[in-house]
Write a protein that binds this ligand. Sequence first.
Ligand SMILES: *Cc1c(COP(=O)(O)O)cnc(C)c1O
Length: 460
Amino acid sequence: MALNNNYPAEPFRIKSVETVKMISREVREEVIKKAGYNTFLLNSEDVYIDLLTDSGTNAMSDKQWAGMMVGDEAYAGSKNFYHLEATVQEIFGFKHLVPTHQGRGAENILSQIAIKPGQYVPGNMYFTTTRYHQERNGGIFCDIIRDEAHDAKLNVPFKGNIDLNKLENLIKEKGAENIAYVCLAITVNLAGGQPVSMQNMREVRELTKKHGIKVFYDATRCVENAYFIKEQEKGFENKTIQEIVTEQFSYADGCTMSGKKDGIVNIGGFLCMNDEELFLKAKEMVVVYEGMPSYGGMAGRDMEALAIGLRESCQFEYIEHRIKQVRYLGDRLREYGVPLVEPTGGHAVFLDAREFCPHLTQDQFPAQSLAADLYIESGVRSMERGIVSAGRDKTTGKNHAPKLETVRLTIPRRVYTYSHMDLVADSVYKLYKHKESIKGLKFVYEPKQLRFFTARFEHI
Ligand SMILES: *Cc1c(COP(=O)(O)O)cnc(C)c1O
């Protein structure tokens, strides 16, 4: 193992363990075929190392588990809600909090109350559930991320930044009144977990303020984003992670948050805003879709664990190890010459499936097939983030064909060790050596919405 000071040891010790086992290659071939070559449809028990997602797969701390025991499960006015509210107000700096069952619950409510049919919703690349809710409410999604983000090989810092010219042109062309709000994701999941700089957030705020346009962040990985700012943006070296997180949100009118990522919990999320009128509307909606405004789809104990998790997330030792463990996997794969999205992002390493499978065209779903074959090779579960995830255009019915065709190896928080990362790197390399054996796929079942979750395929 190539561990040195660049890869800090785990800043925790292990108090409880879960046994994993690897089933034989023959059985893996059988179960992935049964799963329609979709790693989402595998049984977790058939997986050896699960890098499907970092969402809700986190290991909670002893303090969070202790918090679960002081859950106040009152239908209204739970004390855990007030704890969560105070924590979010302090760290995020927004006035109002509406808890939801997870991030998409918040996206659903925000899209319903802040988008009028026909309005544009510019964002720095799309996210699957976010765009779905925007479009479902009549919004027209518009990608305004900098061009570099669409080039897998370019290694530039803050690759997730918004291109201010693109935003300005859109405002000029469509008129400020036809823009619902700017949706700014920190970090940008589908670009490879790429961060956004503080300067970019400031500039987006200045431009939108001039035109009276609101800005809502997709705050899902806001702490990982803050780490990149501390590490790479001038003037932030000596700031604490929490100070940086708070400053980020000072340039926004509100946010949607999936607690399942940087909240280090297994379930939960929320919506924040400063505007009173919008808050009233959000509370009217939350009772329809989620629950009372003081729990919104979470149990009291879940709100307590999330409040504690948000604080732990802002500890420097935690987030430094988190980012560097992901980087370690990227570095190992790079040493092997495996093509990756550059640079390594905050939550995952993205294999560049176009380059990994040059013998397949994009409509043969190279990333989908690569993910399935990696499972067969090693029992490691990953996920497609390419043409299948991108879905079809609502009006033309054609496949969106994103430039980035990737397989995501997503690292759960505090779950796996560096040895597991070594095993994953070795497994990917083994497959890379006989990559020509990866076959193209075709749909046998294609769901209408968010098709990647439940689609089924067979070999061409
Ligand atoms: C996971 C995620 C969401 C949605 O959150 P859920 O808790 O899964 O509903 C939104 N945006 C981004 C960038 C995400 O990664």
